[in-house]
Design a protein around this ligand. Structure first.
Ligand SMILES: [Zn+2]
Length: 336
């Protein structure tokens, strides 16, 4: 069959199990890129805690990995996310993205859930229901709320950035869990990664970040629990979900960020690209790179593609490739 990929491209300015390959101390890899990963604090045992800040603006999104040291894959996914956003030339408008891939570097180095003091950071937040008696023996909450430097670092980031969305990665429960007003964001992420979406992790979590930020302070909070897979699979499963949440998450719709739209011109169904779409529907693109997927999966359909709210139009490699493929609309509709 002749490929009838006819479209117009319009650019407008409208607008808990580390895999075997896990290095013993993943922060060492980040130290080799001091221009990208900056030391923002030190752990209980004096290890550097790295972060990358992308974009500027009052609307901040905080992404945390490896709050549990035996979930090093989560940090590796956060590293890939930060580097992908940067390499694609995605320029958020009015938004700061803050990535902290290895919040608990001591636990990562020791392959332990807890920090160097033997405290579960995700039970150490000063929630109203914090209790010195752990709900289970392997969830030690520490001697006092916010007794740990890693916990205090997160509290200081919340105070400084006032994030409108927090995403914390865990493993291996294979669910998009949310606290606070984050169901819409969780549903969107679930439509991309296919994970179950749940407002409850199934057990009480006093002293957790989800309870502290989401339940008690009404900050939209996503706890993304990866399945027990390696970093490559986890990244492939979650790239779209994470980027979508970063670009659209705090409001549930676009707000001056990159917002591409594709819609079919005729009465033709559009292949599922991650979000269900009916004929003629418009749906948001994640980023210019996403267009490649849309076009590939919809060969034979006539589409229009818009980018809106891009200032400036990004010059990432993906968008350059798309421009090179640009095909003018035919005079008459193709016959089917
Ligand atoms: Zn965890």
């Amino acid at each position: 069959m002749m490929v009838r990929m006819c479209f117009a491209l319009m650019l407008t300015l409208a607008a808990c199990h580390p895999p075997p390959e896990t290095p013993p101390d993943t922060a060492a890899a980040l130290s080799r890129h001091p221009d990208f990963w900056h030391v923002i604090d030190t752990s209980a045992d004096g290890r550097p805690i790295y972060a990358h800040e992308h974009g500027t603006g009052d609307s901040a999104v905080l992404v945390l990995g490896s709050i549990h040291g035996d979930e090093a894959v989560t940090g590796q996914v956060v590293v890939r996310l930060a580097e992908w956003i940067s390499s694609e030339g995605i320029t958020p408008i009015g938004r700061t993205l803050l990535f902290v891939p290895f919040l608990n570097p001591d636990g990562v180095a020791n392959h332990k859930r807890t920090n160097a003091h033997g405290v579960d950071i995700n039970r150490n937040f000063p929630t109203r229901n914090w209790d010195p008696i752990p709900t289970q023996s392997h969830y030690p909450p520490g001697p006092a709320p916010a007794s740990e430097p890693e916990t205090r670092l997160v509290l200081s980031l919340l105070a400084r950035f006032a994030p409108r969305l927090i995403i914390s990665l865990h493993a291996p429960l294979h669910v998009v869990n949310y606290d606070g007003p984050a169901q819409a964001i969780a549903d969107r992420m679930g439509s991309w990664n296919g994970y179950r979406v749940s407002g409850s992790i199934g057990y009480a979590t006093p002293g957790s970040l989800g309870t502290y930020a989401g339940v008690e302070r009404h900050i939209p909070m996503i706890t993304l629990e990866l399945p027990p897979v390696g970093a490559d699979d986890a990244w492939l499963q979650n790239r779209n979900a994470l980027v979508d949440a970063l670009l659209h998450g705090d409001s549930g719709k676009a707000s001056g960020m990159i917002e591409g739209r594709v819609f079919t011109i005729g009465n033709e169904p559009m292949t599922r690209v991650g979000l269900e779409s009916a004929p003629g529907d418009m749906f948001p693109l994640l980023a210019p790179a996403q267009l490649d997927t849309v076009l590939r999966r919809n060969q034979g359909h006539r589409m229009r593609v818009f980018f809106e709210g891009i200032d400036p139009v990004p010059e990432g490699p993906a968008l350059r490739a798309i421009r090179a493929e640009e095909v003018p609309l035919p005079e008459t509709p193709p016959q089917h």
